[in-house]
Design a binder for this molecule. Structure first.
Ligand code: 5AD
Ligand code: SF4
Length: 464
């Protein structure tokens, strides 16, 4: 008789790199006979794939660990009352909090059995086996693996990838050497690493053969991509995108996240030349003040950012622009903040993300003088978000009446609804009327007429 499959529960925090990493962990553990469950109390292995970018995200992990501990204690009591042996599930913390805080996590939260960084999850099967063995003998596993060697992870994962849906992420680059003075990424993800051209193409072909229509090339600094080929030729991101457009059937190619410093003319040009390259660009600027971007060590000026925006709009006038902003960076005055508001007005974003500066241990800016008071940060954030929301709404409103291709990639809240993305990354909802139609259109790319717009999404109907 075969054993029932083991269950795996993973909670993902933070960025798309973590979403990609979670998918790979599911692949790796799938090969070990683990099936995904959405109920942590049912799982043999619970993984929290964490984010360390801001304090709030990191603290959330500790409160989730607390909740899981209570759940485990209740389970043990129930088992004891009914004379059964309690489930010996494993609690693992992976990702960037694990990398940054390592053994500290097990000190603060002794229920955690395993701690592993973002570059070690290909070793999950060994770690889990080891933890299971220790648990069986009544011991407490205290496994910590926070190596930062990226290439080994990719080598081992490429062999294991299992095919996904119609949209997929493909990590081409990881880590960062930019050292923005507020950011933990260079410390949690390690230095900049580009996967080789052949490795990327192997994964791309697998996705293509599995029927993926939209691929998003991922990297913390994706446009710094400079993967080498076997012939020792360096591939830029622009060349890679051109090549993917030529040799695969991907209908849509996206890439994120880009740094203004690495927005080369070659990359800008493909937005006007490669039809598969979608008219959407996430290009964080963080602040509109030269003094602040300099203090942030952003390697660009406001003028150079605006020049890049103008060049992109020249080749692709309809491009949807997105960005990231930090308000309340140390030393940010009212005038600096107003410079950010001015930049927002000038660029006119289709959407953007904005955050209050969060002091991160170990980063240069954490110890600086002139930290901005919390209430000032929240006032500035509210003002900025109001402007950004307004721009997003206006961008959505302008879509009404247009016909756009939409890749219907998931079902909506109601079972007759499908949801997809427009070329500009807007969510488009459609009520197709019945469940059979939902099934036949699921995963299809269709032309839709936009009939109404909301603050964060659009409604469409099939264009005939
Ligand atoms: N505080 C606030 N926001 C931050 N980000 C990165 N580090 C911090 C920090 N310490 C934001 C930046 C970045 C995005 C991913 O997160 O805007 O582009
Ligand atoms: Fe962090 Fe700056 Fe690197 Fe982006 S470019 S990951 S913000 S250090």
């Amino acid at each position: 008789m075969s054993l029932p499959p083991k269950k795996l529960y993973i909670k993902t925090y933070g960025c798309q790199m973590n979403v990609y990493d979670t998918e790979r962990m599911v692949d790796v553990m799938g090969h070990e006979g683990y099936e995904v469950t959405d109920a942590p109390d049912d799982a043999d292995l619970v993984i929290l794939n964490t984010c360390h970018i801001r304090e709030k995200a990191a603290e959330k992990v500790y409160s989730d660990i607390g909740r899981l501990r209570v759940m485990k204690e209740k389970q043990a009591k129930k088992a004891e009352a009914s004379g059964r042996e309690s489930k010996k599930s494993i609690l693992a913390v992976g990702g960037c909090v694990a990398q940054a805080e390592g053994a500290e996590i097990q000190r603060r939260a002794p229920t955690v059995d395993m701690v592993f960084g973002p570059q070690t999850y290909h070793r999950l099967p060994e770690m889990t086996n080891q933890a299971n063995k220790i648990k069986k003998t009544g011991g407490r596993p205290r496994i910590v693996d926070t190596d930062l060697v990226v290439s080994e992870k990719f080598e081992s994962l490429s062999k294991k990838a299992i095919a996904p849906k119609k949209t997929a992420f493909l990590t081409v680059q990881e880590g960062c050497d930019k050292f923005c003075t507020y950011c933990v990424v260079p410390y949690t993800r390690g230095g900049e690493f580009s996967r080789s051209f052949e490795d990327v193409m192997t994964d791309a072909r697998k996705l293509n053969e599995a029927g993926v229509l939209e691929v998003t090339l991922l990297g913390q600094n994706v446009n710094a991509y400079h993967g080498m080929s076997r012939e020792n030729v360096e591939w830029s991101l622009a060349r890679l995108i051109r090549h993917l457009a030529d040799v695969t059937d991907f209908k849509r190619i996206r890439y994120t996240t880009s740094h203004p410093h690495d927005m080369t003319d070659e990359l800008i040009a493909i937005h006007g030349e490669v039809a598969q390259c979608m008219p959407y660009l996430h290009l964080p600027v963080q602040s509109g003040s030269d003094k602040i971007v300099k203090a942030m060590n952003r390697h660009h000026t406001i003028a150079s950012y605006m020049k890049t925006i103008d060049s992109i709009r020249a080749v692709r006038p309809d491009i949807a622009l997105s960005g990231d902003f930090i308000v309340g960076f140390p030393g940010e005055t009212d005038a600096d903040f107003q410079a950010t508001m001015k930049l927002v007005k000038e660029v006119d974003y289709a959407q953007a993300y904005s955050f209050m500066y969060s002091e991160r241990p170990g980063t240069p800016a954490a110890g600086w003088e002139h930290q901005v008071e919390e209430h000032v940060k929240s006032e500035r954030l509210a003002e900025l978000q109001e402007a950004l929301n307004h721009q997003q709404r206006a961008f959505n409103d302008k879509s009404v009446g247009k016909v756009m291709s939409v890749l219907l990639e998931r079902t909506g809240k109601q079972d007759t609804h499908l949801v997809g993305r427009s070329p500009y990354m807007q969510a488009v909802h459609v009520d197709v009327g019945d469940k059979a139609t939902v099934e036949s259109y699921f995963g299809q790319m269709v032309d839709m007429k936009i009939i109404s717009a909301g603050p964060r999404s659009l409604k469409g109907e099939f264009a005939t």
